[in-house]
Design a protein around this ligand. Sequence first.
Ligand SMILES: NC(=O)c1ccc[n+]([C@@H]2O[C@H](COP(=O)([O-])OP(=O)(O)OC[C@H]3O[C@@H](n4cnc5c(N)ncnc54)[C@H](O)[C@@H]3O)[C@@H](O)[C@H]2O)c1
Length: 283
Amino acid sequence: MEIKKVGIVGCGIMGCGIAQVCAQSGYDVMVMDTKKEYLDKGLATIDKVLARSVEKERITADEKSAIQARIKGTLTLDDFKDVDYVVEAVIEDLTVKQDVFKKLDKVCQPHTILASNTSTISVINIAAATNRPDKVIGTHFSNPVPLMKVVEVINAISTTEETTNITRKFLESIDKTMVVSKDVPGFLSNRILTPFLLNAVRMVEAGVGTKEDIDTLITQGLRHPMGPLTLLDLIGIDTVYRGAMTIYEEIKDPQYLPPTLMKQMVIAGWHGRKTGKGFYEYK
Ligand SMILES: NC(=O)c1ccc[n+]([C@@H]2O[C@H](COP(=O)([O-])OP(=O)(O)OC[C@H]3O[C@@H](n4cnc5c(N)ncnc54)[C@H](O)[C@@H]3O)[C@@H](O)[C@H]2O)c1
């Protein structure tokens, strides 16, 4: 199967990054979100990231224009009739994702593969909402998508080898490296990362250390590129909270139960960089 056009659902932090890398690799891209302002924000982010690449002479101004011309925004999934591969990147909520996949299943052509960028939800829960569970797969990109090469691929028990092979070729074509995880809640990445992030919040909450000292300790002591509180702000406090709850509800391991401080930050709208305030403030 030849992939010509890619559909992206959700134009937030991840959706706009995935749209950008697909367009940079020559695919026509249709990106959908629920409100024009969300689409505009995502497309403005792509513009800013590409402008920086032009400044750094990684691409020319003409290439930037050509990449952007390949990306079209829409407010309806009805425009996904002619896409060959879909990556869903809406909020980390099973009901919302199932609803999106049901709609995609109706609108898309029979050959179209439906991938989810979920970071924690077992893919079978999403696949089972469609009449094509054999063509549903998890493609967990890393943030920021244009910079991070690795994608964690998750095969549900229903996913066929053909779907995995097409996904491998697709990821190679956008210059990503594929690693494979079993379809357990949280997969490999968030089974490992989530307890680390939650423990950092627990240390702040208990007053064991300041957020600045924790971040300095982890960057300078362990050589991580950023500290856990800075990373939480980058990922989105709401996204980590929802993901941790998903894992906790499935396996009831208390290390995945988000601390109260995180819950309160989610309610307050302190979701990190994307809302201008999280553990730190952003202009
Ligand atoms: N942020 C990260 O670092 C990261 C990394 C890997 C995977 N993920 C996963 O990617 C997905 C998206 O995360 P994000 O960080 O981009 O979130 P985000 O909050 O930045 O963006 C989500 C977008 O989805 C849109 N949306 C919500 N419901 C929708 C619907 N029904 N139809 C279309 N659009 C809808 C929202 O308007 C928003 O623009 C989540 O499943 C998340 O777990 C996130």
